[in-house]
Design a protein. Structure first.
Length: 88
């Protein structure tokens, strides 16, 4: 189920995209092991709709969780070793 959930009640429907955009997903940084953020449930041309209206007033949200399995330094070392091995 959910590991951690924080329900919110928004008064104005237009507030949702504004509130969620503060926590929009960004690419994972070089020193981060995990990045969590909101993304578009349905891709649009503008790219700024973090909610989609469904039937009967329901809305759909989509959260992206990106995890780095190995540190970049470990991957770079392995690649350089393979390059050296292939060159010799």
């Amino acid at each position: 189920m959910f590991k951690n959930i924080s329900p919110f009640v928004l008064i104005e429907p237009t507030q949702e995209d504004i509130c969620l955009s503060e926590y929009a997903a960004n690419p994972i940084g070089p020193h981060q092991s995990e990045q969590v953020g909101w993304v578009e449930p349905v891709e649009t041309a503008t790219g700024d709709n973090l909610t989609v209206m469904l039937n009967e007033g329901q809305e759909m949200l989509c959260m992206r969780i990106e995890k780095r399995v190995l540190p970049a330094s470990a991957v770079n070392k392995k690649v350089s070793r393979r390059n050296q091995k292939n060159q010799s």
